[in-house]
Design a protein around this ligand. Sequence first.
Ligand SMILES: CSCCC(=O)C(=O)COP(=O)(O)O
Ligand SMILES: [Mg+2]
Length: 230
Amino acid sequence: MIRVILTDIEGTTSSISFVHDVLFPYAAEHLPEFIRKHWDSPEVSEQLDGVAKESGADREDAGALIEALQGWIREDRKATSLKALQGMVWEQGYQQGELNGHIYEDAAQYLQHWHDRGLRLYVYSSGSAKAQKLIFGFTTSGDFTPFFSGYFDTRIGGKREPEAYRNILEELGVEGATVLFLSDVEAELVAAEAAGMKTAWLIRDGDLPETERFVARDFAEVDAALLRKR
Ligand SMILES: CSCCC(=O)C(=O)COP(=O)(O)O
Ligand SMILES: [Mg+2]
């Protein structure tokens, strides 16, 4: 029986376009000033160590580090250091009212519904845990953070690696068969299934794929097919 819902964000609870056309450009625009301003802060410094290590850029060269980060944003690299820095920059944007998180109406409705029915809800995204709390804390439909019991990011492992899902199960102390993972990326579902989780493939737009896998257009279809008989 499903007792835990683990959900992806981009393409699942929230639109790909919000992440790529609003959040990523915001980070690209504000990162240079943010890094120079917070160069000596331990929180930023720790992430810049990671950028220098992964990119090979000179740790003391702010311009080279910023250039590496801008390249990673363009190629949508899921580097943990970039994701942590993006979260810090977005925090300013949300707090200043320049950003509001997108959440699909059906996701908003069923996250609340599943929480109220006693399911435990968790997020697993490549965006940092801070960024996850922000997108759900500052949505145009209100604050959804009270519905979530926890947040996992790439520090637990990459989203296409079965090991990451095993680590999540261990941390939650539950069996795979009690967890339903929701994502729009098939490779992530394959990895979650290898760890024993149940999955639902969210295809919000375009043609449905020919597949044996459970596919849903929205969270209402997930609820009707997989959760209503609980
Ligand atoms: C937490 S909102 C920003 C999401 C993000 O930075 C990203 O790369 C999308 O990753 P996901 O694993 O949610 O597809
Ligand atoms: Mg996704």
